[in-house]
Design a binder for this molecule. Structure first.
Ligand code: AMP
Length: 434
């Protein structure tokens, strides 16, 4: 029988290469930073009605058109694995009327997203994002604070080589006027554009500015500037965002060509790009922006201004420095007993349990081979301390404690054991630390 493999573009995380610990630290850092900015975590299902993303992300986007994993469930309803987190979070906010209870809501999320893209370094079919969203506040202070959250989170995980590009797409009125200006500009060049951009010309000409196709570059460069199309209100909003970012000390550059691939943005958009070179072609760490129309598009009776971002965890981990693992203080309990000696084995398990309840990372070689093989296993697992118990120790309510770094061994009364271990853990020599 052929050996089964994981779906292409969907990755296993194996503990042995230290990835699990890195993921854990990153997610913890994100939760810590976002809590300090007043965010609370929301968890939504991995799967939604496909219509949510068609309406939310936009029919004419790459994500919905080409990359969504959709399928019919047993009741013939069209479902989709979520390709991003914003539409689901907004759906949940509307469904549970969260803004009726609280005028401003700050939500963060961490989780898997799915897009059927061509797998490459930094581009997968199941990938993971951390994200944050603010609902109910249209102030430019929100835009600045949330961009600052993204930027300070990156710094907290040791990513320092990045730039924050910001732009304003203007509100609905600006977008409509700008669309006309783009149509007028690109239409005479239609035949020379890439086939994809020819399609975009009909459906969403703004997206031509997003094109990476070499055939579109020369035309892109001469396109009318969005900044010139901004209304005075849009301009004032954008100026204030920039002023607040400067006041916060968040470095940024204004990039008039930044449009982002999703339909729902209005006014401020931003993108964070890695500049260390460690990501190759997939150098966008994440981005986001304001999406003041999305609530209405997803059925909210009242318009609700919103702002959010998402960062890709896999790319963050490619960009972040690999820290040296902190050596855990690990205790091994070893049975000095014949292979069939149940009482001693039970004593070993009971002691390990007690230590675990008191917070010590404790290992037992439950195969209960010879003492020598248990000691070898303790050594392989880098135990700092080995506790040996046999029938004598059990009877005398003692354990034999061996420090692996020095080889020193002595008897310790059971009653004093927890204190002894705590002291040993504090003494650097016991853990083999310099
Ligand atoms: P987006 O939702 O497209 O704005 O993406 C935000 C971020 O999510 C990107 O900058 C990436 O860091 C990450 N991301 C998006 N798509 C993928 C993918 N297919 N594989 C890995 N990361 C991705």
């Amino acid at each position: 029988m052929a050996t089964l493999q994981a779906v292409s573009g969907m990755n296993d995380l194996l503990p042995a290469d230290g990835q699990g610990a890195r993921w854990h630290r990153l997610e913890t850092a994100f939760r810590d930073t976002s809590v300090r900015y007043g965010f609370q975590e929301v968890r939504t299902p991995l799967c939604e009605y496909a219509e949510l993303f068609q309406r939310g992300v936009g029919e004419a986007t790459d994500i919905v058109e080409k990359e969504m994993y959709t399928f019919d469930d047993r009741g013939q309803r069209r479902l989709a694995l979520r390709p991003e987190g914003t539409a689901s979070a907004v759906r949940a906010a509307i469904e549970h009327s969260v803004l009726a209870r609280d005028p401003v809501v700050r939500w963060s999320y961490v989780g898997a997203m799915f897009r059927a893209e061509r797998p490459a370094k930094g581009r997968y079919r199941q990938f993971h994002q951390v994200g944050a969203e603010v609902y109910g506040d249209d102030s430019p202070a929100v835009d600045a604070e949330v961009i600052d959250l993204a930027s300070s989170f990156l710094q907290s995980i040791g990513i320092t080589k990045f730039i924050v590009r910001v732009n304003s797409l203007g509100g609905a009125e600006t977008r409509a006027r700008y669309r006309e200006a783009l149509l007028a500009y690109f239409a005479p060049h239609r035949e020379a554009l890439s086939p994809e951009s020819q399609l975009r010309l009909e459906r969403n000409p703004l997206r031509i500015l997003d094109s990476k196709d070499p055939r579109d570059q020369a035309f892109k460069a001469g396109a009318p500037s969005l900044v010139d199309a901004l209304t005075p209100e849009d301009r004032a909003h954008f100026d204030r965002v920039q002023g607040f970012l400067t006041a916060l000390g968040t470095p940024f550059v204004v990039d008039a060509s930044l449009v982002r691939g999703l339909d729902y943005y209005s006014r401020t958009v931003f993108e964070i790009v890695d500049t260390s070179g460690s990501l190759g072609a997939q150098d966008a760490l994440g981005g986001g922006g304001r999406y003041d129309q999305l609530f209405t598009e997803l059925g909210s009776a009242k318009p609700v201004p919103a702002f959010g971002f998402a960062l890709g965890i896999e790319r963050l981990l490619l960009a972040a420095p690999v820290e040296e693992e902190k050596k855990p203080f690990r205790v091994a309990v070893v049975a000095v007993a014949k292979p069939d000696e149940n009482t001693t084995h039970a004593g070993v398990l009971a002691l390990a349990r007690e230590l675990r309840m008191h917070g010590f990372e404790t290992v037992v070689d439950t195969r209960f081979g010879s003492m020598k093989s248990q000691m070898r296993r303790a050594n392989d697992l880098a135990a700092a301390v080995v506790l040996l118990i046999g029938s004598n120790e059990l009877a005398a309510e003692q354990v034999s404690m061996k420090l692996m770094a020095t080889g020193e061994q002595r008897s310790v009364p059971r009653a004093a054991l927890l204190d002894e271990l705590t002291q040993t853990q504090r003494a650097p020599a016991a853990t083999g630390a310099p």
